[in-house]
Design a protein around this ligand. Structure first.
Ligand SMILES: N[C@@H](CCC(=O)N[C@@H](CS)C(=O)NCC(=O)O)C(=O)O
Length: 201
């Protein structure tokens, strides 16, 4: 059985919980409060030197960090990661996009807004972060105008990775009302069997 070290409000952690549940894989959830520095203890740093959740621990004790690497590991051989070479590269394209263009803007602003911010320093960065966040949403909307899921006709780990912070983008005061295709996609994903909420343990 897997151990998943996680912090429930984290979208990065939620990605992994979404996939574990979609695949019906049993796991033990080990909650770490990042706000109390619980991922920065000597004990946790032994497991993940970067001091962050999510962290997946295999039955043999080996650990895997980075949410999207964990998704790729768990999805191997399943419908969420097809064998076709080009499709896999497309999925990776979305995973890299998520980490470079989406998460650093949409997730970061959400974190600020839901944790007592924005502070004066954060306020100075807010317009650029909002602009970049909307630019990422524009890219997703364009694709979802053309296909039901990001990499084509079927849901893959690309959708799981981008669903996690998009569905709570409003908590960072992003207005999704002008994104009909993204809204349709969010609804389709939430309606799937074994879907869990970000707050579910
Ligand atoms: N690129 C990493 C980011 C992981 C990350 O930033 N985790 C945050 C929570 S969302 C964390 O553990 N922060 C605690 C800390 O840095 O002390 C991933 O996708 O897993």
């Amino acid at each position: 059985m897997y151990n998943l070290y996680d912090f429930l409000p984290s979208g990065n952690g939620y990605k992994v919980r979404l996939l574990l549940n979609a695949l019906n894989l049993p796991y033990t959830l080990i909650e770490k409060d990042i706000l109390k520095g619980e991922t920065r203890t000597e004990e946790f740093l032994e497991l993940n030197a970067s001091g962050r959740i999510p962290l997946l621990q295999l039955e043999d004790g080996r650990c895997l960090a980075e949410s999207n690497a964990i998704l790729l590991y768990l999805a191997e051989g399943t419908e969420f990661l097809p064998a076709d070479r080009f499709l896999r590269a497309k999925i990776n394209e979305w995973l890299f996009f998520e980490q470079y263009s989406h998460e650093p803007n949409i997730a970061v602003v959400r974190f600020w807004m839901t944790h007592g911010g924005p502070t004066e320093e954060q306020k100075a960065m807010l317009p650029a972060k909002m602009k970049a966040g909307y630019a990422a949403l524009d890219v997703m909307e364009k694709q979802l105008n053309q296909t039901p899921f990001l990499a084509g006709e079927h849901m893959t780990v690309a959708d799981i990775a981008l669903y996690a912070y998009t569905h709570v983008a409003h908590e960072g005061e992003f207005d999704l009302s002008g994104y009909p295709s993204i809204n349709g996609w969010l609804t389709r994903i939430a309606a799937r069997a074994n879907h869990v909420l970000i707050t579910d343990t």
